[in-house]
Each structure stands twice: as structure tokens, then as C-alpha cells.
Design a protein around this ligand. Structure first.
Ligand code: SF4
Length: 125
């Protein structure tokens, strides 16, 4: 599977649009995998990725330029919301949150036909 078939690798809008918050115990200092030093406490129960609790969010782990070429520097240790966020079109399902994030960067909604891509190689950045 080439990178061309994975639109997330040329997008990254979701990593620079939402607050990426999760249960605090997902951090590596609490038994999880997310690097603690890249997180910020939001409430007694929630942490978020640094950079995303902002009016102009951008996750500290996002590398590259949104809409051009991006990657996640902690891909294998990313938090639950990143693992559960599907690109629009996956399995034939639209994801309006994906569409909104892309629109913020002037990117059109993904084609629903992208559901045919190889799931073994699918990753959201
Ligand atoms: S996938 Fe990686 S870069 Fe994107 S929001 Fe999650 S941790 Fe940050």
C-alpha cells in the first residue's frame, strides 16, 4: 500500500483542529503508553495532548504541514481518541468531524469510495 492511498498522510487536519483529550491514566507515568511529557492536565480526570487545548490547536506530536505531508511522532503510543478517529469514508461511513477539520484547512471532504483501501495499512497520521 503506498502512502498515496492513505489520505491521512497528506492531511493531519484532525490533529490541528480538536482538543485531543483522554482519561489521564493513558499516560505512561500512569500505566498507559502516551508520553506524559507531551500531555497537559485538563481536569482531575482528563488530560489532553499538549497544543490541542488552544484556540488554534495543533498537537505537539504532529510533524509536517497540514494538507501537505504529516506524521505522528508517537503513532504507536497515541491516545484513544486518535486511535478511534476514523477518516471519512472508512467502511463507507462519513465522518463529519473529519470533514469539519479538513474544511478548516481548505481541504474537501474525503471521497466515500476510499473505503476500499487496505485496512491493514490504514492509519490516521
Ligand atoms: S494522532 Fe498523533 S499527532 Fe495526531 S492528535 Fe493524536 S497524538 Fe497528536
Amino acid at each position: 500500500m503506498s502512502e498515496i492511498n492513505n489520505p491521512c498522510m497528506t492531511c493531519g487536519a484532525c490533529c490541528a483542529y480538536f482538543r485531543v483529550s483522554f482519561y489521564w491514566a493513558e499516560s505512561d507515568e500512569s500505566g498507559g503508553v502516551v508520553p506524559q511529557e507531551l500531555t497537559e492536565q485538563v481536569t482531575p480526570f482528563l488530560s489532553c495532548m499538549q497544543g490541542t487545548n488552544s484556540k488554534s490547536p495543533r498537537c505537539v506530536a504532529l510533524e509536517g504541514e497540514v494538507g501537505q505531508s504529516v506524521s505522528c511522532s508517537i503513532y504507536l503510543n497515541r491516545p484513544t481518541p486518535c486511535r478511534e478517529f476514523d477518516q471519512s469514508g472508512l467502511n463507507g461511513n462519513a465522518n463529519q468531524a473529519c470533514d469539519r477539520a479538513r474544511a478548516r484547512y481548505g481541504l474537501p471532504p474525503l471521497d466515500i469510495d476510499l473505503a476500499t483501501i487496505d485496512l491493514n495499512h490504514l492509519s490516521c497520521v
